[in-house]
Design a protein around this ligand. Sequence first.
Ligand SMILES: [Zn+2]
Length: 125
Amino acid sequence: MNARRKLWRILLPARVVAQDELRPGVETPMHDVLPQTHAVHTHPTMIDGLACAPHAEEHARRLFGNSLVSIPVVNLGYTLGIVARRAVQRSIADLTVRLRSCFFFKAHGLMVAGNILDEIRERHD
Ligand SMILES: [Zn+2]
């Protein structure tokens, strides 16, 4: 069984409300790697403009410092989940990264994680 099929066999029964016609979103594995309780994933115009710009990571680092974990451009779904998991693990080992709760996806968008919604809203803003 390939890794993608194995992943879906795990994810499908994990739905809060098991409905045969619905399945978890393609980015669910990415959210699952986070230690925080909640994650908000958005594609704000200003962030996407930055994320799609040449040298996006350099500009993001200049604006936000080490509060961002940068995720490279990869295929969505399983591949993104694996790449995000590795980035989170590296950021936890890297003591120069301050928050480990703001994820900058090159050519994609932003994800902010936290344990309470107000915390996420503040970080997202
Ligand atoms: Zn997205």
